[in-house]
Design a protein around this ligand. Sequence first.
Ligand code: TXA
Ligand code: MG
Length: 316
Amino acid sequence: MNTEVLKAAELLKQGEIGAIPTETVYGLAGNALNESAILKIFEAKNRPFFDPLIVHIAAFNQIEDFVEEIPAKAQILAQAFWPGPLTLLLKKKPVISDLVTAGSDLVAIRIPNHPISLELLKSLDFPLAAPSANLFGYVSPTEAKHVTQQLGEKISFIIDGGSCEIGLESTIVGFENDKMIVYRVGGISLEELQRIGGEFELNINQSSNPKAPGMLKSHYAPSKKVIFRNWGDYLSNISSENLGIIAFDSFYEFVPIENQRILSQKSDLNEAARNLFSALRSFEDSDVAFILAEEFPNEGLGRAINDRLSRASFEF
Ligand code: TXA
Ligand code: MG
Protein backbone atom coordinates (compact mmCIF):
# COMPACT_ATOMS: atom_id res chain seq x y z
CA MET A 1 0.00 0.00 0.00
CA ASN A 2 1.06 3.58 -0.73
CA THR A 3 2.89 4.88 2.37
CA GLU A 4 0.88 8.06 2.43
CA VAL A 5 -2.30 6.03 2.58
CA LEU A 6 -0.82 3.83 5.31
CA LYS A 7 0.10 6.86 7.37
CA ALA A 8 -3.34 8.39 6.92
CA ALA A 9 -4.98 5.11 7.96
CA GLU A 10 -2.87 5.06 11.11
CA LEU A 11 -3.84 8.63 12.02
CA LEU A 12 -7.52 7.97 11.31
CA LYS A 13 -7.44 4.92 13.59
CA GLN A 14 -6.09 7.18 16.33
CA GLY A 15 -9.08 9.50 15.90
CA GLU A 16 -7.28 12.17 13.91
CA ILE A 17 -8.74 13.91 10.85
CA GLY A 18 -7.28 14.74 7.44
CA ALA A 19 -8.07 15.57 3.84
CA ILE A 20 -8.71 12.93 1.18
CA PRO A 21 -9.19 13.32 -2.55
CA THR A 22 -12.46 12.22 -4.11
CA GLU A 23 -13.75 12.53 -7.67
CA THR A 24 -16.11 15.35 -6.59
CA VAL A 25 -14.18 17.57 -4.16
CA TYR A 26 -11.63 17.00 -1.38
CA GLY A 27 -13.18 15.72 1.84
CA LEU A 28 -12.17 16.30 5.45
CA ALA A 29 -12.29 12.76 6.79
CA GLY A 30 -12.55 11.22 10.22
CA ASN A 31 -13.76 7.94 11.72
CA ALA A 32 -17.55 8.16 11.33
CA LEU A 33 -18.00 5.91 14.39
CA ASN A 34 -15.80 8.01 16.69
CA GLU A 35 -17.55 11.05 18.17
CA SER A 36 -14.35 12.78 19.13
CA ALA A 37 -13.14 12.59 15.52
CA ILE A 38 -16.49 13.94 14.35
CA LEU A 39 -16.20 16.86 16.75
CA LYS A 40 -12.77 17.64 15.34
CA ILE A 41 -14.25 17.85 11.83
CA PHE A 42 -16.92 20.35 12.89
CA GLU A 43 -14.36 22.37 14.77
CA ALA A 44 -11.74 22.51 11.99
CA LYS A 45 -14.35 23.62 9.46
CA ASN A 46 -16.10 25.98 11.81
CA ARG A 47 -19.24 24.14 10.82
CA PRO A 48 -22.48 24.47 12.76
CA PHE A 49 -23.73 21.23 14.30
CA PHE A 50 -27.04 21.49 12.43
CA ASP A 51 -25.28 20.66 9.15
CA PRO A 52 -24.92 16.84 8.93
CA LEU A 53 -22.02 14.90 7.40
CA ILE A 54 -21.84 12.37 4.56
CA VAL A 55 -20.59 8.90 5.50
CA HIS A 56 -18.23 7.30 2.97
CA ILE A 57 -17.97 3.52 2.64
CA ALA A 58 -15.75 1.24 0.56
CA ALA A 59 -18.27 -1.22 -0.86
CA PHE A 60 -22.00 -1.70 -1.21
CA ASN A 61 -22.14 -4.71 1.12
CA GLN A 62 -21.06 -2.49 4.05
CA ILE A 63 -24.20 -0.44 3.81
CA GLU A 64 -26.34 -2.85 5.83
CA ASP A 65 -24.17 -2.17 8.89
CA PHE A 66 -25.31 1.43 8.86
CA VAL A 67 -28.85 1.61 7.45
CA GLU A 68 -32.11 -0.08 8.45
CA GLU A 69 -33.48 -0.57 4.98
CA ILE A 70 -32.57 -0.06 1.36
CA PRO A 71 -35.50 0.91 -0.87
CA ALA A 72 -35.53 -0.93 -4.20
CA LYS A 73 -34.85 2.27 -6.06
CA ALA A 74 -31.86 3.07 -3.85
CA GLN A 75 -30.39 -0.28 -4.75
CA ILE A 76 -30.83 0.40 -8.46
CA LEU A 77 -29.16 3.82 -8.17
CA ALA A 78 -26.28 2.44 -6.09
CA GLN A 79 -25.72 -0.27 -8.65
CA ALA A 80 -25.66 2.22 -11.50
CA PHE A 81 -23.67 5.04 -9.94
CA TRP A 82 -21.42 3.71 -7.14
CA PRO A 83 -18.60 4.28 -6.75
CA GLY A 84 -19.47 7.79 -7.90
CA PRO A 85 -20.88 11.24 -7.22
CA LEU A 86 -24.21 10.13 -5.76
CA THR A 87 -25.19 10.34 -2.08
CA LEU A 88 -28.19 8.39 -0.79
CA LEU A 89 -30.24 9.46 2.24
CA LEU A 90 -31.34 6.31 4.08
CA LYS A 91 -32.76 5.39 7.49
CA LYS A 92 -29.83 5.12 9.88
CA LYS A 93 -28.99 2.38 12.35
CA PRO A 94 -28.19 3.47 15.92
CA VAL A 95 -24.46 2.87 15.33
CA ILE A 96 -24.45 6.14 13.38
CA SER A 97 -24.32 8.97 15.91
CA ASP A 98 -26.81 11.84 15.95
CA LEU A 99 -23.80 14.09 15.74
CA VAL A 100 -23.12 12.81 12.21
CA THR A 101 -26.73 13.24 11.05
CA ALA A 102 -27.51 16.41 13.05
CA GLY A 103 -30.27 14.57 14.85
CA SER A 104 -31.98 13.27 11.72
CA ASP A 105 -32.94 9.60 11.50
CA LEU A 106 -31.52 9.61 7.98
CA VAL A 107 -27.87 9.15 7.16
CA ALA A 108 -26.21 10.34 3.93
CA ILE A 109 -24.00 7.63 2.39
CA ARG A 110 -21.79 7.33 -0.65
CA ILE A 111 -18.91 5.36 -2.15
CA PRO A 112 -16.43 7.83 -3.64
CA ASN A 113 -14.77 7.04 -6.95
CA HIS A 114 -11.12 7.83 -6.40
CA PRO A 115 -8.44 5.12 -6.29
CA ILE A 116 -6.65 6.60 -3.27
CA SER A 117 -9.75 7.04 -1.15
CA LEU A 118 -11.06 3.63 -2.11
CA GLU A 119 -7.76 2.07 -1.11
CA LEU A 120 -7.83 3.97 2.18
CA LEU A 121 -11.46 3.04 2.92
CA LYS A 122 -10.81 -0.62 2.13
CA SER A 123 -7.94 -0.68 4.62
CA LEU A 124 -10.12 0.59 7.48
CA ASP A 125 -12.73 -1.25 9.54
CA PHE A 126 -14.83 1.90 9.93
CA PRO A 127 -16.48 4.33 7.46
CA LEU A 128 -15.27 7.91 7.00
CA ALA A 129 -17.43 10.92 7.69
CA ALA A 130 -16.27 13.62 5.30
CA PRO A 131 -17.70 17.01 4.47
CA SER A 132 -15.93 19.10 1.86
CA ALA A 133 -12.52 20.18 3.17
CA ASN A 134 -13.13 23.92 3.30
CA LEU A 135 -14.16 26.41 5.96
CA PHE A 136 -17.93 26.45 6.41
CA GLY A 137 -19.76 28.45 3.74
CA TYR A 138 -16.72 28.73 1.45
CA VAL A 139 -16.07 27.22 -1.99
CA SER A 140 -15.23 23.48 -1.92
CA PRO A 141 -11.61 22.44 -2.66
CA THR A 142 -10.80 20.69 -5.92
CA GLU A 143 -7.00 20.67 -5.43
CA ALA A 144 -4.89 19.66 -2.43
CA LYS A 145 -3.41 23.16 -2.28
CA HIS A 146 -6.89 24.62 -1.69
CA VAL A 147 -7.09 22.49 1.45
CA THR A 148 -3.60 23.46 2.59
CA GLN A 149 -4.48 27.15 2.28
CA GLN A 150 -7.55 26.94 4.54
CA LEU A 151 -7.03 23.97 6.82
CA GLY A 152 -3.36 23.04 6.59
CA GLU A 153 -2.60 24.05 10.17
CA LYS A 154 -5.63 22.42 11.69
CA ILE A 155 -5.57 18.86 10.39
CA SER A 156 -3.25 15.85 10.63
CA PHE A 157 -2.72 15.01 6.97
CA ILE A 158 -3.59 15.97 3.39
CA ILE A 159 -3.38 13.33 0.68
CA ASP A 160 -2.78 14.91 -2.71
CA GLY A 161 -4.75 12.97 -5.31
CA GLY A 162 -4.56 15.58 -8.06
CA SER A 163 -7.38 17.71 -9.44
CA CYS A 164 -10.87 16.39 -8.78
CA GLU A 165 -12.29 14.80 -11.90
CA ILE A 166 -15.89 16.01 -11.46
CA GLY A 167 -15.25 19.22 -9.52
CA LEU A 168 -18.75 19.57 -8.03
CA GLU A 169 -20.17 17.86 -4.95
CA SER A 170 -22.29 14.73 -5.16
CA THR A 171 -25.98 14.69 -6.07
CA ILE A 172 -28.03 13.92 -2.92
CA VAL A 173 -31.12 11.73 -3.29
CA GLY A 174 -33.65 10.60 -0.67
CA PHE A 175 -36.74 8.37 -0.97
CA GLU A 176 -40.38 8.61 -0.03
CA ASN A 177 -42.35 5.45 -0.75
CA ASP A 178 -39.73 4.49 -3.28
CA LYS A 179 -40.03 7.85 -5.04
CA MET A 180 -36.75 9.71 -5.52
CA ILE A 181 -36.35 13.19 -4.07
CA VAL A 182 -33.32 15.22 -5.10
CA TYR A 183 -32.02 17.46 -2.30
CA ARG A 184 -28.85 18.67 -3.98
CA VAL A 185 -28.00 18.76 -7.67
CA GLY A 186 -24.41 17.69 -8.25
CA GLY A 187 -22.06 15.34 -10.06
CA ILE A 188 -24.78 13.01 -11.36
CA SER A 189 -26.99 15.01 -13.73
CA LEU A 190 -30.76 14.89 -13.41
CA GLU A 191 -30.94 13.42 -16.91
CA GLU A 192 -28.75 10.47 -15.87
CA LEU A 193 -30.69 10.04 -12.66
CA GLN A 194 -33.98 9.93 -14.51
CA ARG A 195 -32.66 7.52 -17.11
CA ILE A 196 -31.78 5.01 -14.39
CA GLY A 197 -34.34 5.74 -11.67
CA GLY A 198 -37.32 7.25 -13.50
CA GLU A 199 -39.38 10.13 -12.15
CA PHE A 200 -38.09 12.23 -9.29
CA GLU A 201 -39.06 15.27 -7.31
CA LEU A 202 -36.75 18.26 -6.84
CA ASN A 203 -36.48 19.71 -3.36
CA ILE A 204 -33.49 22.01 -3.60
CA ASN A 205 -35.17 25.16 -2.43
CA GLN A 206 -32.64 27.52 -1.03
CA SER A 207 -33.34 27.91 2.58
CA SER A 208 -31.83 29.78 5.45
CA ASN A 209 -33.36 27.03 7.58
CA PRO A 210 -30.83 24.24 7.31
CA LYS A 211 -33.19 21.68 8.81
CA ALA A 212 -34.29 21.17 5.25
CA PRO A 213 -31.80 18.54 4.14
CA GLY A 214 -29.26 19.86 1.77
CA MET A 215 -28.48 23.36 1.36
CA LEU A 216 -28.11 26.64 3.05
CA LYS A 217 -29.13 29.67 1.07
CA SER A 218 -25.70 31.21 1.07
CA HIS A 219 -22.91 28.75 0.48
CA TYR A 220 -20.01 27.96 -1.83
CA ALA A 221 -19.04 31.61 -1.69
CA PRO A 222 -15.55 33.06 -2.27
CA SER A 223 -14.67 36.26 -0.40
CA LYS A 224 -15.19 38.35 -3.56
CA LYS A 225 -18.80 39.26 -4.33
CA VAL A 226 -20.35 37.08 -7.00
CA ILE A 227 -22.98 38.65 -9.25
CA PHE A 228 -25.11 36.03 -10.95
CA ARG A 229 -27.95 37.17 -13.23
CA ASN A 230 -28.97 40.84 -13.72
CA TRP A 231 -25.41 42.06 -14.25
CA GLY A 232 -26.78 45.35 -15.59
CA ASP A 233 -28.07 46.37 -12.16
CA TYR A 234 -24.48 46.66 -10.87
CA LEU A 235 -22.23 47.47 -13.80
CA SER A 236 -22.53 51.26 -13.87
CA ASN A 237 -21.02 51.58 -10.37
CA ILE A 238 -17.97 49.36 -10.77
CA SER A 239 -14.80 50.08 -12.71
CA SER A 240 -13.85 47.36 -15.16
CA GLU A 241 -10.46 46.74 -13.49
CA ASN A 242 -12.33 45.55 -10.42
CA LEU A 243 -14.54 43.19 -12.36
CA GLY A 244 -13.88 39.52 -12.92
CA ILE A 245 -15.87 37.27 -15.20
CA ILE A 246 -16.67 33.58 -15.09
CA ALA A 247 -17.89 32.59 -18.53
CA PHE A 248 -18.74 29.33 -20.25
CA ASP A 249 -16.87 29.49 -23.57
CA SER A 250 -16.08 33.04 -24.72
CA PHE A 251 -14.52 36.30 -23.59
CA TYR A 252 -16.24 39.68 -23.06
CA GLU A 253 -14.90 42.98 -24.36
CA PHE A 254 -15.59 45.31 -21.46
CA VAL A 255 -13.34 43.61 -18.89
CA PRO A 256 -9.53 43.09 -19.06
CA ILE A 257 -8.82 39.64 -20.43
CA GLU A 258 -6.68 38.60 -17.41
CA ASN A 259 -9.75 39.03 -15.22
CA GLN A 260 -11.75 36.49 -17.20
CA ARG A 261 -12.02 32.76 -16.66
CA ILE A 262 -13.36 30.68 -19.52
CA LEU A 263 -14.50 27.38 -18.03
CA SER A 264 -14.61 25.42 -21.28
CA GLN A 265 -13.46 26.73 -24.63
CA LYS A 266 -15.07 23.74 -26.30
CA SER A 267 -18.41 24.37 -24.56
CA ASP A 268 -18.31 21.16 -22.55
CA LEU A 269 -20.33 21.40 -19.33
CA ASN A 270 -18.37 18.59 -17.64
CA GLU A 271 -15.13 20.46 -18.24
CA ALA A 272 -16.76 23.69 -17.04
CA ALA A 273 -17.86 21.95 -13.82
CA ARG A 274 -14.34 20.67 -13.26
CA ASN A 275 -12.93 24.23 -13.55
CA LEU A 276 -15.60 26.17 -11.66
CA PHE A 277 -14.33 26.17 -8.07
CA SER A 278 -10.69 26.82 -9.01
CA ALA A 279 -11.87 29.75 -11.11
CA LEU A 280 -13.86 31.21 -8.22
CA ARG A 281 -10.84 30.89 -5.93
CA SER A 282 -8.43 32.35 -8.49
CA PHE A 283 -9.69 35.89 -7.85
CA GLU A 284 -8.92 35.83 -4.14
CA ASP A 285 -5.53 37.56 -4.35
CA SER A 286 -6.42 39.90 -7.21
CA ASP A 287 -7.83 43.42 -7.50
CA VAL A 288 -11.10 41.96 -8.61
CA ALA A 289 -13.83 42.97 -6.18
CA PHE A 290 -16.85 41.63 -8.05
CA ILE A 291 -17.15 38.45 -10.08
CA LEU A 292 -19.76 38.47 -12.83
CA ALA A 293 -20.87 34.88 -13.36
CA GLU A 294 -22.66 33.80 -16.51
CA GLU A 295 -25.73 31.65 -16.36
CA PHE A 296 -24.87 28.25 -17.87
CA PRO A 297 -27.14 26.11 -20.07
CA ASN A 298 -29.65 24.48 -17.74
CA GLU A 299 -28.85 20.89 -18.69
CA GLY A 300 -26.40 18.19 -17.61
CA LEU A 301 -23.94 19.55 -15.06
CA GLY A 302 -24.91 23.09 -16.12
CA ARG A 303 -27.79 22.87 -13.66
CA ALA A 304 -25.44 22.17 -10.75
CA ILE A 305 -23.06 24.92 -11.91
CA ASN A 306 -25.96 27.41 -11.89
CA ASP A 307 -27.03 26.15 -8.46
CA ARG A 308 -23.57 26.76 -6.98
CA LEU A 309 -23.21 30.17 -8.64
CA SER A 310 -26.57 31.26 -7.38
CA ARG A 311 -25.70 30.20 -3.83
CA ALA A 312 -22.30 31.87 -4.11
CA SER A 313 -23.89 35.15 -5.18
CA PHE A 314 -24.97 37.79 -2.73
CA GLU A 315 -28.24 38.64 -4.42
CA PHE A 316 -30.84 36.13 -5.51
O1 TXA B 1 -19.27 15.14 -3.06
C1 TXA B 1 -19.55 15.26 -1.87
O2 TXA B 1 -20.67 15.01 -1.45
C2 TXA B 1 -18.42 15.71 -0.94
C3 TXA B 1 -17.36 14.63 -0.89
C4 TXA B 1 -16.28 14.95 0.11
O3 TXA B 1 -17.95 13.40 -0.65
N1 TXA B 1 -18.95 16.00 0.35
C5 TXA B 1 -19.72 17.09 0.61
O4 TXA B 1 -20.04 17.21 1.95
O5 TXA B 1 -20.07 17.88 -0.21
P1 TXA B 1 -20.67 18.53 2.57
O6 TXA B 1 -20.74 18.24 4.03
O7 TXA B 1 -19.92 19.70 2.17
O8 TXA B 1 -22.12 18.56 2.03
C6 TXA B 1 -22.99 17.54 2.42
C7 TXA B 1 -24.40 17.97 2.36
C8 TXA B 1 -24.70 19.00 3.43
O9 TXA B 1 -25.24 20.15 2.83
C9 TXA B 1 -25.70 18.34 4.32
O10 TXA B 1 -26.72 19.22 4.68
C10 TXA B 1 -26.23 17.17 3.49
O11 TXA B 1 -25.19 16.82 2.65
N2 TXA B 1 -26.49 16.02 4.38
C11 TXA B 1 -25.60 15.23 4.98
N3 TXA B 1 -26.20 14.35 5.79
C12 TXA B 1 -27.52 14.59 5.70
C13 TXA B 1 -28.65 14.03 6.31
N4 TXA B 1 -28.58 13.05 7.19
N5 TXA B 1 -29.85 14.52 5.97
C14 TXA B 1 -29.93 15.55 5.09
N6 TXA B 1 -28.90 16.14 4.49
C15 TXA B 1 -27.70 15.67 4.78
MG1 MG C 1 -19.46 21.57 1.82
